[in-house]
Design a protein around this ligand. Structure first.
Ligand code: GFB
Length: 313
């Protein structure tokens, strides 16, 4: 068997395969020809249940793990379901990372988030900015859980020699996103709101905050390429930012979406809703130096996603 054939036989567990990130990783692995992809639905395996996770790893003995399972949401969900965001994410990470070590997983990739960096960190955000200042309050519980995940990978590497690595994606969008207006992230929320306003002939659309915060958006298919690339090539202890290195204001995003959707009404800003972090632009020099760069331009990505979802709203 050749080296490549052997690699394609690797038993790979993708935790969170029904989510936007996990499903993109599964698609990418399938396209690459991986033959042994292991998944479990939430009803088959509750990742917050330590014994169930330990039993699963003992029985299946995966060689590689992509840890893409998480409780996620936009600014409102993060701010309201604070206990769940902290508890569920801590449990999922601790259970999987410990089980992976106990059962000899050869390599694990943990997915974090750009919200781990301090609210007022210097821009663009370098990896070294971690733990240098207070976090953005609206997503502090989620960020603390994600920081714990990074530290689990780091400490299991130091103490036990485990090859566990971490990637920190910027704000994501793509197929399989959440379009529930209460719990979604900004890009899917705006697509839905602006599409609905157009279809209903409304002359204004209500968006949250002031429109001035800056955000960076990465298509999840680009993230999946980065994840598989890191799994193949990167064994370092430092976590790695994954983004485009380009951002825009929420107002500019809304205007771009209006163009894609073909909506010409007015944007009305509800300033009783939070703005969140003023800016979180990733410094992506580390991953660029490792041989990955985002390929999908934001406008193209939005057009792609809009054509996939517009008939489902
Ligand atoms: O994606 P998002 O909800 O979260 O974006 P974050 C929030 C920004 O978009 C704020 C504005 O400035 C909001 O005021 N916004 C405008 C809206 N209209 C809307 C709307 O209809 N819905 C939403 N959701 N926002 C997330 C964290 O922060 O970043 C997650 O909550 C994660 O934990 C992710 O880390 C990367 O970008 O502020």
């Amino acid at each position: 068997m050749s080296e490549i054939q052997r690699e394609l036989e690797t038993k790979v567990y993708v935790a969170g395969h029904r989510g936007m990130v996990g499903s993109a990783i599964v698609r990418k692995l399938q396209n690459e020809g991986f033959k042994n992809i292991l998944t479990r639905t939430r009803s088959e395996l509750d990742l917050t249940n330590q014994q169930a996770v330990f039993d699963f790893f003992k029985e299946e003995k995966p060689q590689h793990v992509y840890l893409a399972a998480a409780k996620v949401g936009g600014i409102h969900a993060n701010n309201v379901y604070r206990a769940q965001f902290l508890y569920e994410n801590l449990m999922i990470e601790a259970n999987i990372i410990h089980a992976a070590w106990l059962h000899g997983v050869e390599k694990l990739l943990f997915l974090g988030s750009s919200c781990i960096y301090p609210k007022m960190a210097e821009q663009p955000l370098v990896e070294e900015a971690l733990l240098t200042g207070p976090l953005e309050p609206t997503n502090e519980p989620y960020a603390i859980a994600k920081i714990a995940g990074i530290k689990l990978c780091e400490t299991y590497r130091h103490q036990y020699g485990a090859n566990f690595i971490s990637a920190m994606p910027t704000n994501l969008y793509g197929p399989g996103d959440n379009y529930d207006l209460e719990t979604s992230h900004v890009l899917p929320a705006l697509l839905r709101k602006i599409h609905t306003a157009k279809v209903n002939g409304e002359d204004e659309v209500h968006l949250w905050g002031t429109g001035s915060p800056q955000r960076e958006f990465l298509h999840v298919d680009d993230l999946a390429i980065a994840c598989v690339h890191l799994m193949d090539t990167y064994d370092g202890e430092d976590w790695v930012n994954v983004g485009t290195g380009v951002d825009l204001s929420i107002r500019a995003l809304a205007e771009m979406i209006c163009e894609v959707v073909g909506y010409t009404g007015r944007l009305a800003w509800d300033t009783s809703k939070p703005d969140g972090t003023p800016r979180k632009l990733m410094d992506v020099s580390r991953i660029n130096a490792l041989g990955w760069k985002a390929q999908i331009e934001l406008r193209d990505g939005i057009e792609r996603v809009y054509s996939e979802v517009k008939d489902t709203f």
